[in-house]
Design a protein around this ligand. Structure first.
Ligand code: NAD
Length: 291
């Protein structure tokens, strides 16, 4: 039987830990609760759902959040001004720009204009670079941190194991590869990164002890592509014909019984990603708050 890597359960536990820390280290010291800012540009349906769930997560643990919702045609100059205000606002501990943003905006320029000490998504080049430097004071991108924490909290041994990561995006695949392979207490995995130019993907997946997949193609990874006992982490979130049904990147039925573990969709990596954003915001409030 394939066991589930239950992200809901782990996230609930971590939420409780964060909540206790807020009380102990902030509220009991008569300081204000951590405050997350969210910038949303345009009307992308999925982005609105993600943003709403981030706001709900903040409420659940007693964090403050502020949403700045901007018109899809907003000028880049105006966004940079808003970011500059947030960078200098002592009442905001950290903030994010919900990605992807509209095509007319220069994503790199916008992300680079965020103060790295408030960059709770961990996408600023300074924070991104620090992933490989094992700097525990910086922010790790929430999904990558969520994946590695999901494995760690389920006592999965990754040390010396062969991990195949399918997808090399800045949001998921690339930072996850750095966290899995770095020399750390929970790390030291041997990582192969596959992407859309990889030839004979099954060759790699059949030799993997752990597979982490983030391609955005429903049911992409099949049972015939994996070896017995492999651990599967499904990052994909695919909306089927705008229905309420979400599908992952793994064909659950065909891997069931072959894999030893799988993270379900929904209820696997998604809740872990959301709770890691809270963890990063608490980190900003504890270490970098503008006095
Ligand atoms: P992306 O489009 O930026 O990257 C997709 C990656 O898949 C690329 O690196 C591409 O090379 C690779 N790819 C595409 N086709 C491939 C193929 N045939 N073989 C091998 N590799 C292939 O996407 P992303 O932002 O990384 O998101 C991927 C998926 O993860 C989406 O479904 C997204 O919704 C989901 N996601 C989930 C969470 C979460 O919290 N669960 C967070 C972020 C993204």
């Amino acid at each position: 039987m394939t066991k589930l890597l239950n992200g809901n359960q782990v996230a609930m536990k971590i939420r409780k830990e964060i909540s206790n820390e807020i009380v102990k280290k902030i509220v009991n010291k008569k300081q204000r609760v951590p405050h997350l800012g969210i910038i949303l540009v345009g009307e992308n349906h999925s982005s609105r759902i993600y943003v709403n769930s981030k706001i709900q997560e903040c409420k659940k643990i007693g964090m403050q959040s502020t949403l700045i919702h901007l018109h899809k045609n907003i000028e880049e100059k105006k966004i940079l001004e808003i970011i500059n205000n947030m960078n200098n606002n002592p009442m905001i501990d950290g903030f994010i720009i919900q990605l992807p943003i509209e095509k007319h905006l220069n994503q790199e320029k916008i992300i680079s204009s965020i103060n790295p000490k408030k960059d709770v998504d961990g996408f600023h080049p300074e924070n991104f670079g620090k992933i490989s430097l094992k700097n525990t004071k910086s922010f790790f991108p929430a999904t990558a941190l969520g994946i590695i924490t999901l494995l760690e909290r389920n006592n999965i041994n990754i040390h010396g194991k062969h991990t195949v990561i399918i997808g090399r995006s800045r949001i998921v695949g690339l930072p996850t590869s750095l966290l899995m392979s770095r020399k750390a207490t929970f790390g030291n995995s041997t990582v192969t990164i596959a992407h859309s130019y990889t030839k004979d993907l099954s060759f790699y997946t059949k030799h993997a002890d752990i597979i982490i997949i983030a391609v955005g193609i429903p049911n992409f990874l099949k049972g015939k592509m994996i070896k017995k006992g492999v651990i599967l982490v499904d990052v994909g979130i695919n909306n089927i014909h705008n229905s309420k049904k979400l599908l992952g990147d793994i064909d659950f039925d065909s891997v069931n019984g072959i894999a030893s573990y799988i993270s379900p969709v929904p209820g696997g990596v998604g809740p872990m990603t959301r709770v890691m954003l809270l963890k990063n915001t608490l980190h900003a409030a504890l270490h970098y708050r503008i006095k």
